[in-house]
Ligand binder design. Structure first.
Ligand SMILES: NC(=O)c1ccc[n+]([C@@H]2O[C@H](COP(=O)([O-])OP(=O)(O)OC[C@H]3O[C@@H](n4cnc5c(N)ncnc54)[C@H](O)[C@@H]3O)[C@@H](O)[C@H]2O)c1
Length: 386
């Protein structure tokens, strides 16, 4: 028997019962739900990560939809319980959904929403921040300063890497990877090498045009190359940022052998998902190559780091904050709520989940559509004509 879980209730007499497993930033998402006759229950339990049993208790006997988090294990047990409770809608408050067993959701006819687009630039900006922090040894230098060790300017003090004219490597040049590439190319005039299963045509066109612009201004043009293999990126790039989805093909994509292919003074950044890097191999590599530096937002066994990582001066580590800007987090909450609300109301699915601005304008009502449902085709959901 599942234990009761603490909740806060909004609009107690609402017709549709919607659960949010966490409090989320902003109030627009709450208002949008309660204005549309939802009774909203927000879990207020203090523990950071809810167990499957906790979520079962939240779902209870009757539930129309759930907004959940990437730290939760959404599989057969939860989707069957949600379906039994009459629910047909779930949304992750995240773009990645490797915590969701979509096949299990399909089996029970539950729509699975995610929140693309709204976090692209924010996440890319953190990847750029980590690239700079690692290249210029910002965290080490900050610690040194605060420890009162600074005795005056020295030629060798915290010498790092120049980015201008170097090569940035992107693995997974989708929405975030492409946005990151643009920042590094525009900001630091880096050349691009990328690897993706698909051609990043818009990114290639941008770099070509920007290179022509620089040339016309009498500056060194930037260049791009689509690598035939990921190894080519690892060998050639000076800064490498990982942006693929996490699935079977990308698990431990960066392992001991591939780390050994990288330049000794390369920078590696990961804002995708922790298991894309074999973290044990990474710790060993960092130990053996003090000039190799990493910037990590995600970890293999979150919230833990593999033994030794915390001691590595050549690692900058932050606690999975890549999407943590106010605008983005409020937008993610809105999109997740609208995915659930839209399915409950029988709305169609938005035609282009990469273009979700219409849902984020606080001064107008959002379109009558679900912003992004990842299994919409399998479930045969209609597509919006708006
Ligand atoms: N750290 C964070 O807080 C945070 C925030 C947002 C997104 N993310 C992660 O970033 C991922 C990417 O988000 P996005 O919006 O750019 O998604 P996206 O689907 O636009 O891009 C992913 C890209 O990875 C490519 N890819 C897939 N398998 C590959 C492989 N084996 N090798 C190389 N490329 C491969 C795809 O073709 C695609 O272009 C998400 O799935 C999520 O896990 C993390």
């Amino acid at each position: 028997m599942a234990k009761p879980v603490q909740i806060e209730v909004w609009n107690p007499n609402g017709k549709y019962r919607v659960i949010s497993t966490k409090s989320m930033p902003g109030t627009r998402w709450i208002n949008l739900l309660i204005e549309q006759d939802c009774r909203l229950e927000i879990c207020t339990e203090k523990k950071t990560i809810l167990s499957v049993e906790d979520i079962l208790a939240l779902i209870g006997d009757r539930c129309d939809g759930v907004i959940g988090q990437l730290t939760e294990d959404w599989g057969e047990t939860l989707f069957s319980a949600l379906s039994r409770a009459g629910g047909k809608a779930f949304s992750n408050m995240a773009v990645g959904y490797n915590n969701v067993d979509v096949e299990a959701a399909n089996k029970y006819g539950v729509a699975v929403g995610n929140t693309p687009g709204v976090l692209t630039e924010t996440t890319a900006e953190l990847a750029a921040s980590l690239s700079l922090a690692a290249a210029r040894r910002i965290v080490e230098a900050d610690e040194f300063m605060r420890a009162g060790k600074y005795e005056g300017w020295l030629p060798h003090l915290f010498v790092g890497n120049l980015l201008k004219g170097q090569t940035v490597g992107v693995i997974g040049a989708g929405r975030i990877g492409s946005a990151y590439a643009r920042m590094m190319i525009e900001g630091f005039k880096m050349n691009l090498i990328y690897y993706d299963l698909y051609q990043a045509t818009r990114l290639e066109k941008f770099v070509t045009a920007y290179g022509q612009f620089l040339k016309a201004s009498g500056e060194q043009p930037v260049t791009w190359k689509r690598a035939a293999s990921m190894e080519e990126v690892l060998r050639e790039a000076d800064v490498i940022s990982l942006h693929p989805i996490l699935d079977k093909t990308t698990y431990h994509l960066v392992n001991k052998e591939r780390l050994a292919m990288m330049k000794k003074e390369a920078i590696l950044v990961n804002c995708s998902r922790g298991p894309v890097i074999d973290e044990v191999a990474l710790v060993e590599h960092l130990r053996e190559n003090p000039m190799f530096r990493v910037g990590l937002d995600v970890f293999e066994d979150e919230p833990y780091m593999k033994p030794g990582l915390a001691d590595m001066k050549n690692a900058v580590v932050v606690p999975h904050i890549a999407s943590a800007s106010k605008w983005t987090r409020e937008g993610m909450a809105t999109l997740a709520a609208l995915n659930v609300l839209g399915k409950i109301k029988g709305y169609p699915v938005w035609g282009n989940p990469n273009s979700v601005d219409a849902f984020l304008n606080e001064n107008s009502q959002p379109p009558a559509a679900c912003p992004s449902i990842v299994n919409s085709k399998t479930l045969g959901l209609p597509v919006s004509k708006l």
